[in-house]
Design a protein around this ligand. Structure first.
Ligand SMILES: C[S@@+](CC[C@H](N)C(=O)[O-])C[C@H]1O[C@@H](n2cnc3c(N)ncnc32)[C@H](O)[C@@H]1O
Length: 343
C-alpha cells in the first residue's frame, strides 16, 4: 500500500529520517516514492501502520488512493470506487503542502458534492467523519488519500519540561527527545541508556515506547527529580544511578545510548573541559553499547565528533539552529568495529 505522511515543518531532515530509522529498526520493508517539503510517500505493508504512532515529527498518515494533476481532479474523483473506501459518513479536506494560492473550502465543497452525487447514500459529516478524504496538494500534484491516522499532540504538549513535576533548565523538547529515541533504533523491550539524564526527558520518551531505561547523572538532585518525572508519566521499568558518565560501566551492554551531554552555559560540565568530557564519555559508551547498538547524541556545533572519535562511525548528522551563536548537531553513531565489552 502507498501511504502519504505529512511531516512536521519544524525541521527539514529529522522528520523523514525518523520515519526511515523506525522502519529499519522494526525490519519493515519500505520504498520511498516521493519526498518533498513536508510530504513523504512510501510503499509499505498496511498492517504496520500502528507502529507509526511512535513518531514525533509526523502529523498524519493516509492511504494514497490516486494521484492527479489539478486539471484532472474531478475526472479522477469520479473514477474512484468510493463504496470500497467510505464507511458511513465522510468529509473532504484539503491539505496544502506549499504556498500555492488555492481556495481550499471551494475545492472541498466541489469534490464532496461530486462524491455525494455518485453515491447519494453516503452522509456528509463535517464535524467528525468516519472517513476523511484528504486531498494533499503539493505544487502541481494532488494526492487523493484517505486518512488512516493522526498524531495525538496532547502528549508532546503535556510532557513539555516546565509541565513536569521536576523542572530544571536545559531539558530538550519531548518531540526532539522522542525523535532521538527513534533515530537510535531502540525497540520495545530493549534497553536504552542516557548517561547524562538530567530531569529524564529522554528516558520518559523511551519509556513511553516500551523501552527499558537506565539513567545516569552525576548530580543527585537530578536523579531524584528524574525519578519523580518518570513516575509521573507512568514509566515503571527504569533504573537511575548517580554516577559519572566518564567512568560508569554497565554489567550488560545496551542496545541504545541516547543523550544530551552538558554544553554551553545552561548545563554544568562539573568543571570539565567539554571536549575531554565527550572523549571520555565515548570511551565508556563503547564499552556500554552492544555491538549492533547505536548512539544518538546532541552536541554543540563547535564540537565535531569526527575529530573526537574514531571508535564510532557517524551515520547521520542533523543541524538544529538554536540561536545566532549556537547550532545543535544531532548525531547517530555506530561502532566502527570489534568487540568492546570485555574485561
Ligand atoms: C543538558 S543536561 C541533560 C538534560 C536532560 N536531557 C533532561 O531532559 O533534563 C546534562 C546533564 O549532565 C549532567 N552531568 C554533567 N557532567 C556529568 C558527568 N560527568 N556524568 C554524568 N552526568 C553529568 C548534569 O548534571 C546535567 O543534568
Amino acid at each position: 500500500m502507498e501511504i502519504a505522511m505529512i511531516l512536521s515543518g519544524e525541521h527539514k531532515t529529522l522528520p523523514p529520517s525518523e520515519v526511515k530509522n523506525l522502519l529499519r529498526a522494526e525490519n519493515i520493508k519500505y520504498k520511498v516514492k516521493y519526498l518533498r517539503d513536508k510530504l513523504m510517500t512510501l510503499e509499505t505493508r498496511a498492517d504496520k501502520i500502528p507502529i507509526f504512532s511512535r513518531l514525533a515529527y509526523t502529523h498524519e498518515i493516509s492511504q494514497v488512493i490516486s494521484k492527479t494533476a489539478p486539471g484532472g481532479l474531478e475526472e479522477t474523483i469520479k473514477s474512484i470506487p468510493w463504496e470500497e473506501l467510505i464507511e458511513d459518513d465522510f468529509a473532504v479536506r484539503v491539505k496544502k503542502i506549499d504556498k500555492t494560492p488555492i481556495d481550499s473550502p471551494l475545492i472541498e465543497k466541489r469534490i464532496g458534492t461530486i462524491i455525494k452525487k455518485g453515491h447519494p447514500h453516503f452522509r456528509v459529516n463535517l464535524e467528525n467523519p468516519k472517513t476523511l478524504i484528504r486531498l494533499i496538494i503539493e505544487n502541481d500534484k494532488i494526492f487523493i488519500t484517505k486518512r488512516l491516522y493522526k498524531t495525538d499532540k496532547k502528549h508532546f504538549n503535556n510532557a513539555k519540561p516546565h509541565k513536569r513535576p521536576f523542572f530544571y533548565p536545559g531539558s530538550m523538547s519531548p518531540k526532539l527527545a522522542r525523535c532521538m529515541v527513534n533515530l537510535s533504533g531502540v525497540r520495545e523491550g530493549e534497553t536504552l541508556l542516557d548517561p547524562f539524564c538530567g530531569t529524564g526527558g529522554i528516558l520518559i520518551e523511551a519509556g513511553l515506547i516500551g523501552a527499558k531505561v537506565i539513567g545516569v547523572d552525576i548530580d543527585p538532585k537530578m536523579i531524584k527529580g528524574a525519578e519523580e518525572n518518570l513516575k509521573y508519566y507512568g514509566i515503571r521499568d527504569y533504573e537511575l544511578i548517580r554516577a559519572d558518565a566518564r567512568s560508569f560501566k554497565l554489567e550488560k551492554p545496551v542496545k541504545a545510548i541516547v543523550t544530551d551531554p552538558p554544553y554551553g552555559i545552561s548545563a554544568s560540565t562539573m568543571g570539565e573541559e567539554q571536549e575531554k568530557l565527550y572523549k571520555e564519555f565515548l570511551k565508556t559508551a563503547k564499552y556500554n553499547l552492544q555491538e549492533d547498538g547505536r548512539i544518538c547524541m546532541a552536541t554543540p556545533h563547535y564540537l565535531q565528533l569526527e575529530d573526537i572519535t574514531d571508535e564510532f562511525t557517524i551515520k547521520e548528522k542533523h543541524a538544529i539552529r538554536m540561536h545566532k551563536s549556537l547550532t545543535r548537531i544531532i548525531y547517530t553513531l555506530e561502532k566502527t568495529g570489534g568487540s568492546s565489552h570485555c574485561k
